[in-house]
Design a protein around this ligand. Structure first.
Ligand code: PGA
Length: 246
């Protein structure tokens, strides 16, 4: 049985006061049968950990080196040390705005796994690539180049996030999500073998309470990576409930 995962990516949103949203999630979902991961901005990781002992806390990026002269960067081992359980790697906003290549993402994911963190590795096609019918080759390339050989179903999660669906209100059609997820499942198994056959596959891109249940019915969807709708308890809690009952 794959344990499902609802992960909330706060991006560069939230203040100290936003910890109250995490407290409410902790109160409402402390006995959840799914993994609930909150990924707030880095300065909120430690207080979030303290407020939500039964939820998982995740970072939004880490450096590929263990330590050193990298001003402004965060090591995976420090994230682990302060109680993070996971880290998002290779989000399309970092691939685009920070020119992160799949090769770099693989190095970062390797650092995360070596530190004992779960790597949530993001992949997804742009609108131009979808329109050019390159979606599956793009996903294959990103999976081949971004996933460490040491990735398993236990230590790694893949988030399929079509770039055109992120923060736009445009959700991929169920058939598009199903096709991408089935393809990823087959590709990951081919690439890494049986140890990765059950790797969790999250969908991300404008997931909301109103569309969550429909998305969670789709074959090979094991949860969601949620941006905007993870910021407030009122929005995120119903998505968690939809996954708990899916
Ligand atoms: P969104 O973001 O839910 O706001 O579309 C998803 C993501 O970027 O992970």
């Amino acid at each position: 049985m794959i344990k499902k995962m609802a992960a909330g990516n706060w991006k560069m949103n939230g203040m100290l006061d936003s910890l109250k949203e995490i407290e409410r999630l902790q109160a409402a979902h402390s006995n959840s049968k799914i993994d609930i991961v909150i990924c707030p901005p880095a300065p909120l990781l430690l207080p979030a950990r303290k407020k939500a002992p039964d939820l998982l806390i995740g970072a939004q990026d880490c450096h590929q080196e263990v330590s050193g002269a990298h001003t402004g960067d965060l090591s995976a081992s420090l994230l682990k040390d302060i109680g993070a359980a996971a880290v998002i790697i290779g989000h399309s906003e970092r691939r685009q705005a920070h020119a992160e290549s799949s090769a770099l993402i693989k190095e970062k994911a390797t650092a995360a796994l070596n530190a004992g963190l779960t790597a949530i590795i993001c992949i997804g096609e742009t609108l131009e690539q979808r329109q050019a019918e390159e979606t599956l080759p793009v996903l294959k390339d990103q999976l081949e180049k971004s996933l460490p050989e040491t990735a398993t179903a236990q230590n790694t999660v893949v988030a399929y996030e079509p770039v055109w669906a992120i923060g736009t209100g445009l959700v991929a059609e169920p058939a598009q999500i199903g096709e991408a997820h089935r393809f990823c499942r087959a590709q990951i198994t081919k690439q890494l073998g049986a140890k990765a056959a059950n790797m969790r596959l999250l969908y991300g891109g404008s997931v909301k309470a109103a569309n969550a249940a429909e998305i969670f019915k789709i074959d090979c969807v094991d949860g969601a990576l949620v941006g905007g709708a993870s910021l407030r308890f009122e929005d995120f809690s119903p998505i968690i409930e939809a996954l708990e009952t899916a």
